[in-house]
Design a protein around this ligand. Structure first.
Ligand SMILES: *Cc1c(COP(=O)(O)O)cnc(C)c1O
Length: 689
């Protein structure tokens, strides 16, 4: 079992508790300075954290969720305005008088500033992110610095008349600089960057920068220069390290924690009023109001209780989110994936690095998820097949080298440059056309050493030299591809040898001719399994990373790899056929005896070949193997479960993977279908959960 630790969602609860502290000052009874430190320094980590989480998930989704988030925030904000209207009247505030300022920046009740800040901040961060984080982060950082001058550092700047009038003008618009313009964009973008350091560096960095921020906060406090106290120079630094640490710990999610923390945030000012009211009625003012800690705990407990109750009620009344496992789904074992990466890296030796091939949605495993997981294992070079695949990885925050192995139209050179993608050069004309677009393009030259697919003929030295003369073509690497390395017969081995020789001969010529090849690579998975160590910088490994071979043919150096993917589907119904009755399209199945059939919710639209039944395919139910019968339909297939006791609707069938002691390996399924796992896995349908 994978360990689950939803660190991000858990930290939301802690952050919500800190926000409650800001508004209740738990330590005032004991120490004014202690309370300042708790609520104006430590608790100031909370809101930036919420912003970073939003930025992180927005960027992971390629900022496609901006519209949805804006709508959700607007809705929540609207509801919150109504919710706090009674308190506003009670406090004698007339929000109508300066409604634009209140509505767009300050929020109509003190903690509600967060909603307009997120809405404005997300729009700004999203537009900035389109320019790339290298531009976006400095711009957001500058905005933050401006904000800083109107917040903790105001006392220093207010002495300069020009600055004083600048900030006074700002304060007409928004009472604080902690808002969607100066405060939110930086943290949203830092979240989007999703920087990950190693766990030790993260912890050390967080501790040091928090110590620095503490010193900064206490110093500013002692000088009495703070107009407001939510922005510090060291706050963003500390947040980056803290967030990196949380990302390191984070496994899985806990949706209820998200909901409860949001509700605590939303409801706690009401709870302050309620606790005061209740204390008055019960005569407990001493413990629940006068004592600041008692007051804080009462407010925290009541807002948490109210929030949990509200969540439970909502899930009773509304529908819970749709489970990924409602019908047919893949399970990706990230531990197995990372294990495979380690095993492969070890097999490659110390000089050759793993280039993870994550084309075709990582052979059906989910490219972003796979790339992220591998990044944590120290893999920093990826290969994809298309420009769109490369951009999707970048949008999800994947760094390092991303090499596009397939052809990209030369007109897209600007996009290659924009996303820092490295392009394989398919032939001389392709290289020249790429170089003619007026942009510097980073490329690896593909050499054709005998496969006759993509690549410049390896012996065409003149063509290679001509490409090296193009100033816009930055040739970072040279590679070739083997087409018989999966076979170990003599003829195949001889051919592979000739490909290797041609490759290294060309590299020798290049070095002698002053054409620096840069990073060189030739092995794919079977090159690793069947060849000795190569004097290369990378091996481009696809299928082996996913823990399976293309088929079941033996390899020369087997590695301890574990299958990463399982494919499962639920039983829709079970029916009994009398002897002689048929089932499915064409009545391709005929019962030769009384037969129980399970109708399983997966079909060819999910990537299961239509003739799997006819070819003798099977699946696992209750740890037992059952034949798939009849013709596979678009959305269902039939399995003969006569021999398996107690199969019921809703049961889970396994098409690839383990169930109890039984296992169906992807190689076996592929062989049954007359293909290789590469094809089978990369065709798994987008409809799967
Ligand atoms: C797909 C591909 C690979 C990966 O091949 P596997 O056999 O899955 O390891 C490597 N190099 C190139 C050029 C490819 O197209």
């Amino acid at each position: 079992m994978r360990r689950s630790l939803p660190a991000l969602d858990g930290a939301r609860l802690a952050a919500a508790a800190l926000v409650v502290a800001i508004h209740t000052s738990p330590l005032t009874t004991y120490s004014a300075l202690g309370d300042f430190y708790l609520t104006r320094v430590l608790a100031r980590l909370a809101v930036p954290f919420f912003l970073m989480v939003s930025g992180y998930f927005l960027a992971r989704g390629g900022w496609k969720g901006v519209g949805r988030l804006e709508r959700k925030m607007a809705l929540l904000y609207g509801a919150a305005i109504l919710l706090y209207l009674p308190l506003n009247f009670y406090r004698g505030l007339d929000p109508v008088s300066d409604w634009p300022r209140l509505l767009l920046f300050d929020g109509t009740f003190y903690h509600l500033w967060y909603f307009p800040a997120v809405m404005l901040g997300v729009l700004i961060a999203w537009q900035l992110a389109r320019l790339g984080l290298r531009v976006a982060l400095p711009v957001a950082g500058l905005l933050y610095l401006v904000g800083l001058g109107g917040d903790s550092y105001y006392g220093f700047l207010s002495g300069v008349p020009a600055l004083e009038s600048f900030y006074q003008a700002l304060f007409q618009l928004s009472s604080y600089t902690r808002n969607g313009l100066f405060f939110a964009p930086l943290f949203l973008l830092l979240g989007a960057a999703g920087v990950r350091f190693g766990p030790r560096l993260s912890a050390l960095g967080a501790a040091l920068s928090f110590a620095a921020m503490s010193a900064e906060g206490l110093w500013l406090h002692s000088l009495d220069v703070q107009r407001h106290d939510s922005m510090y120079v060291f706050l963003p630094v500390c947040m980056v390290f803290l967030f990196s640490l949380l990302l390191h710990w984070n496994r899985g999610e806990c949706r209820p924690a998200r909901e409860v923390s949001a509700l605590v945030y939303l409801l706690h000012p009401w709870c302050i009023v309620l606790v005061r009211g209740a204390a008055e009625v019960l005569g407990w003012e001493g413990a629940l109001v006068t004592n600041s800690l008692g007051h804080y705990l009462a407010v925290l407990a009541s807002s948490a209780g109210l929030s949990v109750g509200f969540c439970l009620l909502r899930h009773r009344l509304l529908l819970p989110p749709l489970s990924r496992r409602a019908r047919a789904w893949r399970e990706v074992d990230e531990n197995a994936l990372r294990h495979n990466a380690r095993v492969l890296q070890r097999a490659l030796g110390p000089r050759c690095r793993l280039m993870a091939v994550v084309k075709a949605d990582a052979y059906g495993h989910g490219a972003v998820r796979v790339a992220r997981s591998l990044e944590r294992e120290g893999v920093h070079t990826f290969a994809v097949a298309t420009l769109a695949e490369g951009i999707a990885l970048r949008r999800a925050g994947i760094r390092g080298v991303i090499l596009i192995l397939g052809w990209t139209p030369p007109e897209e050179a600007a996009r290659l440059a924009r996303w820092h993608l490295t392009q394989a050069v398919a032939d001389e004309a392709h290289g020249k056309a790429l170089a003619a677009q007026g942009r510097t393009v980073h490329v690896h030259l593909a050499l054709d050493t005998g496969m006759h697919r993509l690549g410049i003929p390896a012996d065409d030295h003149e063509a290679i030299a001509r490409l090296y003369r193009l100033p816009r073509l930055k040739i970072d690497g040279v590679f070739s591809h083997l087409c018989l390395s999966d076979r170990t017969d003599d003829a195949a081995q001889a051919f592979t040898q000739s490909q290797l020789e041609r490759f290294y001969r060309t590299l020798d010529w290049m070095r002698a001719a002053g054409c620096r090849p840069g990073r060189v690579h030739i092995q794919a998975s079977y090159g690793v399994w069947n060849l000795p160590e190569q004097p290369c910088h990378y091996a481009r490994v696809g299928i082996a990373l996913y823990g399976v071979g293309s088929d079941r043919s033996p390899v020369r150096q087997p590695l301890d790899l574990r299958p990463v993917l399982s494919l499962r589907a639920r039983v829709a119904t079970v029916r009994t056929l009398a002897e002689g009755e048929g089932a499915g399209y064409g009545l391709a199945f005929r019962a030769e005896r009384e037969t129980r059939l399970a109708v399983v919710s997966i079909g060819y639209a999910d990537g299961i070949p239509r003739d799997l039944g006819a070819r003798g395919g099977g699946l696992l139910l209750h740890g037992q193997r059952c034949p798939i019968v009849g013709r596979v339909c678009m959305d269902q297939l039939l399995a003969d479960v006569t021999e398996v006791e107690g199969v019921r609707p809703g049961d889970t069938a396994t098409l690839i993977g383990r169930d109890g002691g039984a296992e169906i390996r992807a190689e076996e399924l592929a062989e049954t279908c007359g293909t290789i796992t590469n094809e089978l896995l990369s065709r798994l349908g987008a409809r799967l959960g």
